[in-house]
Design a protein around this ligand. Structure first.
Ligand SMILES: [Zn+2]
Length: 172
């Protein structure tokens, strides 16, 4: 089970790993502290102004270890590239360097979905007939809702298998 001490320990490990890949001097700004948030909507928050990395307290008492690690790296990537880059290509390339080998297990997502008040749950239907759980979202975005017509040239793949369509399932 995840405890505060575990979150702190993972945060420190993640920070060390991230600085190993991209030296601190090259970061847009540096995170200075770890706090827990009771935000009903977000798994993590990067606040460049205060230097705080906020992690959702709902991780406690779950076994969503990989998701926690991904959330920590996600927030660290925001500090690294600067929040002005939002979730653009620059952000994504740094995040994928940080988290190259992690794959969040769907049972972890299920635990978090129950905890965080997501309106929708997105699943991808793959060409090979499999269904891949993407995760919870608060509102519909064109990227999924209008796929593959939104950007006809950007066909998504998951582990090398083409995504045919996405489906929004009402979470509650
Ligand atoms: Zn983000």
């Amino acid at each position: 089970m995840i405890t505060y001490e575990y979150i702190e320990q993972e945060y420190n490990k993640a920070l060390e790993h991230a600085y190993g890949l991209i030296p601190a001097r090259n970061w847009s700004s540096l995170p200075t502290s770890l706090v827990l948030t009771d935000s009903p909507r977000r798994l993590g928050i990067a606040d460049e102004r205060t230097g705080e990395v906020s992690i959702n307290a709902r991780y406690k008492n779950t076994t969503a270890y990989t998701s926690l690690r991904n959330t920590i790296f996600h927030e660290l990537a925001h500090f690294c590239v600067g929040t002005h880059n939002n979730h653009n290509k620059v952000f994504k390339s740094v995040l994928s360097r940080f988290t190259a080998h992690f794959e969040v297990d769907s049972s972890e997502l299920q635990q978090l979905i129950k905890q965080v008040d997501f309106k929708w749950f997105v699943v991808a239907h793959l060409e090979n007939g499999q269904i891949h759980e993407i995760g919870g979202v608060h509102r519909k975005t064109k990227i999924y809702a209008e796929y593959p017509h939104y950007r006809p040239n950007a066909i998504h793949t998951i582990k090398g298998v083409k995504v045919l369509r996405y489906e929004y399932r009402q979470n509650r």
